[in-house]
Design a protein around this ligand. Structure first.
Ligand SMILES: Nc1ncnc2c1ncn2[C@@H]1O[C@H](COP(=O)(O)OP(=O)(O)O)[C@@H](O)[C@H]1O
Ligand SMILES: [Mg+2]
Length: 307
Protein backbone atom coordinates (compact mmCIF):
# COMPACT_ATOMS: atom_id res chain seq x y z
CA UNK A 1 0.00 0.00 0.00
CA UNK A 2 1.07 3.61 -0.55
CA UNK A 3 1.47 5.87 2.48
CA UNK A 4 1.85 9.62 1.96
CA UNK A 5 3.63 11.84 4.48
CA UNK A 6 1.20 14.67 5.40
CA UNK A 7 4.10 17.13 5.63
CA UNK A 8 6.48 16.56 2.71
CA UNK A 9 3.93 14.57 0.63
CA UNK A 10 6.59 11.94 -0.11
CA UNK A 11 4.94 8.65 -0.98
CA UNK A 12 6.25 5.35 0.25
CA UNK A 13 5.19 1.95 -1.01
CA UNK A 14 5.07 -0.44 1.96
CA UNK A 15 4.21 -4.10 2.08
CA UNK A 16 1.03 -4.18 4.22
CA UNK A 17 2.02 -7.43 5.86
CA UNK A 18 5.08 -5.76 7.38
CA UNK A 19 2.98 -3.17 9.27
CA UNK A 20 2.23 -4.30 12.85
CA UNK A 21 -1.49 -4.76 13.54
CA UNK A 22 -1.58 -2.08 16.25
CA UNK A 23 0.61 0.49 14.43
CA UNK A 24 -0.82 3.95 14.94
CA UNK A 25 2.09 6.17 13.95
CA UNK A 26 4.77 6.28 11.31
CA UNK A 27 7.91 8.34 10.75
CA UNK A 28 8.66 9.64 7.28
CA UNK A 29 12.08 8.45 6.10
CA UNK A 30 12.46 11.50 3.95
CA UNK A 31 11.69 14.41 6.32
CA UNK A 32 11.57 12.70 9.72
CA UNK A 33 7.96 13.74 10.38
CA UNK A 34 6.07 11.52 12.85
CA UNK A 35 2.42 11.26 11.85
CA UNK A 36 -0.76 9.39 12.71
CA UNK A 37 -1.27 6.32 10.58
CA UNK A 38 -4.86 5.68 9.59
CA UNK A 39 -4.86 2.16 8.25
CA UNK A 40 -8.14 0.88 6.88
CA UNK A 41 -9.38 -1.97 9.01
CA UNK A 42 -6.78 -1.30 11.68
CA UNK A 43 -8.34 1.71 13.36
CA UNK A 44 -11.97 2.20 14.24
CA UNK A 45 -14.32 4.04 11.94
CA UNK A 46 -14.57 7.15 14.14
CA UNK A 47 -10.79 7.64 14.09
CA UNK A 48 -10.72 7.24 10.35
CA UNK A 49 -13.38 9.81 9.58
CA UNK A 50 -11.91 12.42 11.89
CA UNK A 51 -10.67 15.51 10.15
CA UNK A 52 -9.04 17.81 12.65
CA UNK A 53 -9.77 21.51 12.54
CA UNK A 54 -6.85 23.47 13.94
CA UNK A 55 -7.82 26.92 15.19
CA UNK A 56 -5.35 29.50 16.49
CA UNK A 57 -6.71 32.17 18.84
CA UNK A 58 -4.46 35.12 18.18
CA UNK A 59 -3.98 38.87 18.30
CA UNK A 60 -0.81 40.72 19.21
CA UNK A 61 -2.60 42.80 21.82
CA UNK A 62 -2.88 41.42 25.36
CA UNK A 63 -5.98 41.43 27.56
CA UNK A 64 -8.47 41.10 24.68
CA UNK A 65 -9.87 37.75 25.82
CA UNK A 66 -7.65 35.30 23.91
CA UNK A 67 -7.15 32.83 26.76
CA UNK A 68 -10.75 33.20 27.93
CA UNK A 69 -11.97 32.53 24.39
CA UNK A 70 -9.58 29.61 23.76
CA UNK A 71 -10.61 27.94 27.03
CA UNK A 72 -14.34 28.64 26.65
CA UNK A 73 -14.41 27.56 23.03
CA UNK A 74 -12.54 24.31 23.79
CA UNK A 75 -14.65 23.49 26.83
CA UNK A 76 -17.85 24.29 24.91
CA UNK A 77 -16.90 22.15 21.91
CA UNK A 78 -16.09 19.27 24.29
CA UNK A 79 -19.46 19.69 26.04
CA UNK A 80 -21.08 19.54 22.62
CA UNK A 81 -19.59 16.07 22.12
CA UNK A 82 -16.38 16.79 20.22
CA UNK A 83 -12.93 15.54 21.18
CA UNK A 84 -10.80 18.63 21.73
CA UNK A 85 -7.15 19.37 22.39
CA UNK A 86 -6.34 22.79 23.83
CA UNK A 87 -2.72 23.81 23.33
CA UNK A 88 -1.34 26.65 25.42
CA UNK A 89 1.61 28.34 23.73
CA UNK A 90 1.85 31.16 26.28
CA UNK A 91 4.63 31.31 28.85
CA UNK A 92 2.08 32.42 31.47
CA UNK A 93 0.36 29.04 31.40
CA UNK A 94 -3.06 30.58 32.08
CA UNK A 95 -5.04 27.83 30.38
CA UNK A 96 -4.09 25.26 33.06
CA UNK A 97 -4.96 27.73 35.81
CA UNK A 98 -8.32 28.51 34.23
CA UNK A 99 -9.20 24.84 34.11
CA UNK A 100 -7.98 24.17 37.66
CA UNK A 101 -5.14 21.79 36.80
CA UNK A 102 -1.40 21.72 37.31
CA UNK A 103 -0.01 19.39 34.66
CA UNK A 104 3.55 18.15 35.20
CA UNK A 105 4.30 18.22 31.49
CA UNK A 106 3.07 19.95 28.38
CA UNK A 107 4.01 21.44 25.05
CA UNK A 108 7.71 21.78 25.90
CA UNK A 109 8.15 18.06 26.46
CA UNK A 110 6.56 17.31 23.09
CA UNK A 111 8.73 19.81 21.22
CA UNK A 112 11.93 18.61 22.90
CA UNK A 113 10.81 14.97 22.54
CA UNK A 114 11.45 14.37 26.25
CA UNK A 115 8.09 12.64 26.46
CA UNK A 116 5.89 10.81 24.03
CA UNK A 117 3.12 13.17 22.87
CA UNK A 118 0.39 11.12 24.55
CA UNK A 119 2.30 11.31 27.87
CA UNK A 120 2.45 15.10 27.78
CA UNK A 121 -1.27 15.54 27.14
CA UNK A 122 -3.45 15.92 30.21
CA UNK A 123 -7.13 14.97 30.27
CA UNK A 124 -8.90 17.87 31.98
CA UNK A 125 -12.59 17.15 31.36
CA UNK A 126 -14.69 14.64 29.46
CA UNK A 127 -13.43 14.82 25.84
CA UNK A 128 -11.24 17.85 26.69
CA UNK A 129 -7.45 17.48 26.68
CA UNK A 130 -4.74 20.01 27.42
CA UNK A 131 -1.17 20.43 26.28
CA UNK A 132 -0.03 22.94 28.85
CA UNK A 133 2.12 26.01 28.37
CA UNK A 134 4.17 27.80 30.99
CA UNK A 135 7.49 29.42 31.78
CA UNK A 136 9.57 26.66 30.23
CA UNK A 137 8.24 27.67 26.80
CA UNK A 138 10.83 30.44 26.88
CA UNK A 139 13.34 27.64 26.20
CA UNK A 140 11.38 26.60 23.11
CA UNK A 141 11.49 30.18 21.91
CA UNK A 142 15.28 30.14 22.24
CA UNK A 143 15.41 26.78 20.51
CA UNK A 144 13.46 28.20 17.57
CA UNK A 145 15.61 31.34 17.47
CA UNK A 146 18.78 29.24 17.36
CA UNK A 147 17.69 27.17 14.38
CA UNK A 148 19.41 28.26 11.17
CA UNK A 149 16.29 27.58 9.20
CA UNK A 150 12.88 25.99 9.59
CA UNK A 151 12.23 27.33 13.11
CA UNK A 152 8.76 28.43 12.02
CA UNK A 153 7.87 24.80 11.34
CA UNK A 154 8.69 23.67 14.89
CA UNK A 155 5.07 23.24 16.04
CA UNK A 156 3.88 21.92 12.72
CA UNK A 157 6.47 19.15 12.92
CA UNK A 158 6.11 18.30 16.61
CA UNK A 159 2.32 18.50 16.71
CA UNK A 160 1.39 16.79 13.45
CA UNK A 161 1.05 13.56 15.42
CA UNK A 162 -2.21 14.84 16.96
CA UNK A 163 -3.90 15.38 13.63
CA UNK A 164 -6.65 12.84 13.11
CA UNK A 165 -6.90 12.14 16.86
CA UNK A 166 -9.05 15.14 17.72
CA UNK A 167 -12.02 16.88 16.14
CA UNK A 168 -10.66 20.27 17.14
CA UNK A 169 -7.27 21.56 18.19
CA UNK A 170 -7.50 25.05 19.69
CA UNK A 171 -4.25 26.97 20.19
CA UNK A 172 -4.01 29.84 22.65
CA UNK A 173 -1.21 32.31 21.90
CA UNK A 174 0.74 34.88 23.86
CA UNK A 175 0.43 38.62 23.27
CA UNK A 176 3.09 40.24 21.10
CA UNK A 177 4.66 38.88 17.98
CA UNK A 178 7.57 36.51 18.44
CA UNK A 179 9.02 33.22 17.23
CA UNK A 180 6.34 31.25 19.09
CA UNK A 181 3.48 33.20 17.46
CA UNK A 182 5.02 32.73 14.03
CA UNK A 183 5.44 28.99 14.66
CA UNK A 184 1.77 28.80 15.73
CA UNK A 185 0.66 30.57 12.55
CA UNK A 186 2.64 28.09 10.47
CA UNK A 187 0.80 25.28 12.26
CA UNK A 188 -2.86 26.29 12.56
CA UNK A 189 -5.25 26.24 9.62
CA UNK A 190 -7.75 28.83 10.81
CA UNK A 191 -7.31 31.99 12.86
CA UNK A 192 -9.84 33.29 15.37
CA UNK A 193 -9.18 36.83 16.55
CA UNK A 194 -10.85 38.27 19.62
CA UNK A 195 -11.17 42.06 19.49
CA UNK A 196 -11.91 43.97 22.62
CA UNK A 197 -14.44 46.68 21.86
CA UNK A 198 -12.41 49.55 23.19
CA UNK A 199 -10.73 52.50 21.59
CA UNK A 200 -7.49 51.61 19.81
CA UNK A 201 -8.57 48.01 19.37
CA UNK A 202 -9.08 48.42 15.63
CA UNK A 203 -5.56 49.73 15.24
CA UNK A 204 -4.24 46.57 16.92
CA UNK A 205 -6.28 44.48 14.50
CA UNK A 206 -4.89 46.31 11.47
CA UNK A 207 -1.33 45.71 12.65
CA UNK A 208 -2.06 42.05 13.28
CA UNK A 209 -3.61 41.73 9.81
CA UNK A 210 -0.40 43.08 8.29
CA UNK A 211 1.68 40.50 10.17
CA UNK A 212 -0.76 37.77 9.18
CA UNK A 213 -0.46 38.82 5.54
CA UNK A 214 3.32 38.39 5.75
CA UNK A 215 2.79 34.76 6.79
CA UNK A 216 0.09 34.15 4.21
CA UNK A 217 2.71 34.86 1.53
CA UNK A 218 4.17 31.48 2.45
CA UNK A 219 0.95 29.80 3.59
CA UNK A 220 -2.01 30.91 1.57
CA UNK A 221 -4.20 28.22 3.15
CA UNK A 222 -4.08 30.15 6.45
CA UNK A 223 -7.32 32.09 6.81
CA UNK A 224 -8.67 34.64 9.23
CA UNK A 225 -11.89 32.76 9.78
CA UNK A 226 -13.48 34.40 12.81
CA UNK A 227 -13.42 37.86 14.35
CA UNK A 228 -14.93 37.74 17.84
CA UNK A 229 -15.87 41.06 19.44
CA UNK A 230 -15.26 40.86 23.20
CA UNK A 231 -15.99 43.08 26.22
CA UNK A 232 -19.18 44.42 24.65
CA UNK A 233 -20.69 46.92 27.05
CA UNK A 234 -24.17 47.93 25.93
CA UNK A 235 -24.08 51.04 28.10
CA UNK A 236 -21.06 52.44 26.30
CA UNK A 237 -21.84 54.09 22.96
CA UNK A 238 -18.29 53.59 21.72
CA UNK A 239 -18.57 49.84 22.25
CA UNK A 240 -21.71 49.60 20.09
CA UNK A 241 -20.19 51.85 17.44
CA UNK A 242 -17.08 49.72 17.18
CA UNK A 243 -19.19 46.58 16.91
CA UNK A 244 -21.00 48.07 13.91
CA UNK A 245 -17.72 49.14 12.33
CA UNK A 246 -16.21 45.68 12.79
CA UNK A 247 -19.31 44.12 11.27
CA UNK A 248 -18.87 46.25 8.15
CA UNK A 249 -15.14 45.60 7.85
CA UNK A 250 -15.34 41.85 8.51
CA UNK A 251 -18.82 40.93 7.41
CA UNK A 252 -17.84 37.34 6.63
CA UNK A 253 -15.74 36.67 9.72
CA UNK A 254 -17.74 38.51 12.35
CA UNK A 255 -19.14 36.37 15.18
CA UNK A 256 -21.81 37.18 17.75
CA UNK A 257 -20.17 39.38 20.42
CA UNK A 258 -19.14 38.36 23.93
CA UNK A 259 -20.54 40.81 26.45
CA UNK A 260 -18.59 42.17 29.37
CA UNK A 261 -19.60 39.83 32.17
CA UNK A 262 -18.05 39.75 35.62
CA UNK A 263 -18.74 36.00 35.89
CA UNK A 264 -16.24 35.42 33.09
CA UNK A 265 -13.51 37.18 35.04
CA UNK A 266 -14.33 35.27 38.24
CA UNK A 267 -14.41 31.75 36.79
CA UNK A 268 -10.61 31.16 36.35
CA UNK A 269 -9.91 31.67 40.07
CA UNK A 270 -12.22 28.71 40.74
CA UNK A 271 -10.55 26.61 38.04
CA UNK A 272 -13.89 26.32 36.30
CA UNK A 273 -15.07 26.99 32.77
CA UNK A 274 -17.85 29.55 32.43
CA UNK A 275 -20.33 26.72 31.77
CA UNK A 276 -19.42 25.11 35.10
CA UNK A 277 -19.11 28.29 37.13
CA UNK A 278 -22.16 30.20 35.89
CA UNK A 279 -24.06 28.25 33.22
CA UNK A 280 -26.96 30.72 33.21
CA UNK A 281 -24.79 33.85 32.92
CA UNK A 282 -24.65 36.11 29.85
CA UNK A 283 -21.00 35.03 29.47
CA UNK A 284 -21.92 31.33 29.21
CA UNK A 285 -24.74 32.23 26.82
CA UNK A 286 -22.43 34.23 24.55
CA UNK A 287 -19.72 31.57 24.45
CA UNK A 288 -22.29 28.86 23.65
CA UNK A 289 -23.33 31.06 20.73
CA UNK A 290 -19.69 31.17 19.59
CA UNK A 291 -19.43 27.38 19.87
CA UNK A 292 -22.51 27.04 17.66
CA UNK A 293 -20.96 29.36 15.08
CA UNK A 294 -17.57 27.58 15.03
CA UNK A 295 -19.10 24.09 14.99
CA UNK A 296 -21.54 25.35 12.35
CA UNK A 297 -24.40 23.74 14.23
CA UNK A 298 -27.19 26.11 15.35
CA UNK A 299 -28.91 23.33 17.28
CA UNK A 300 -26.20 22.89 19.95
CA UNK A 301 -27.29 23.68 23.55
CA UNK A 302 -30.51 25.25 22.26
CA UNK A 303 -32.57 24.10 25.22
CA UNK A 304 -30.18 25.75 27.68
CA UNK A 305 -30.31 29.09 25.91
CA UNK A 306 -34.09 29.12 25.59
CA UNK A 307 -34.44 29.42 29.37
N1 LIG B 1 -16.19 39.10 28.43
C1 LIG B 1 -15.48 39.34 29.55
N2 LIG B 1 -16.03 39.97 30.59
C2 LIG B 1 -15.31 40.23 31.72
N3 LIG B 1 -14.04 39.89 31.90
C3 LIG B 1 -13.42 39.25 30.89
C4 LIG B 1 -14.09 38.93 29.67
N4 LIG B 1 -13.23 38.29 28.85
C5 LIG B 1 -12.05 38.20 29.54
N5 LIG B 1 -12.15 38.77 30.76
C6 LIG B 1 -11.10 38.93 31.77
O1 LIG B 1 -10.16 39.87 31.22
C7 LIG B 1 -8.81 39.50 31.52
C8 LIG B 1 -8.03 39.32 30.24
O2 LIG B 1 -8.56 38.25 29.48
P1 LIG B 1 -7.63 37.14 28.83
O3 LIG B 1 -8.51 36.12 28.24
O4 LIG B 1 -6.59 36.66 29.79
O5 LIG B 1 -6.94 37.99 27.68
P2 LIG B 1 -5.62 37.66 26.80
O6 LIG B 1 -5.42 36.19 26.81
O7 LIG B 1 -5.94 38.21 25.43
O8 LIG B 1 -4.49 38.41 27.43
C9 LIG B 1 -8.93 38.21 32.34
O9 LIG B 1 -8.86 38.55 33.70
C10 LIG B 1 -10.30 37.66 32.00
O10 LIG B 1 -10.86 36.89 33.05
MG1 LIG C 1 -3.72 35.02 27.33
Amino acid sequence: MIITCPRCKKQCNIDEKRIPANAKKARCKSCGNLFALNLPGKTDAAELSRETRIIGVALSKGGVGKTTTAVSLSAGLALAGHKVLLIDTDTQGQASYSLGVKPKAGLVEVVTEELKPEEAVCKVRERLYLLAGGKSLAGVKRLIDRKDFGGELTFRESLSIFEGEYDYIVVDTSPGWDALTVAVLFYVKEVLTPISLEVMALQGLMEFMKSLASIRKYRDELTLKYVVPTFLDGRVKQSQKMLEELGKLYSEQICPPIRYNVRISEAPAYGKSIYEYAPGSPGAHDYRELVRKVANNPKLFRQMDMI
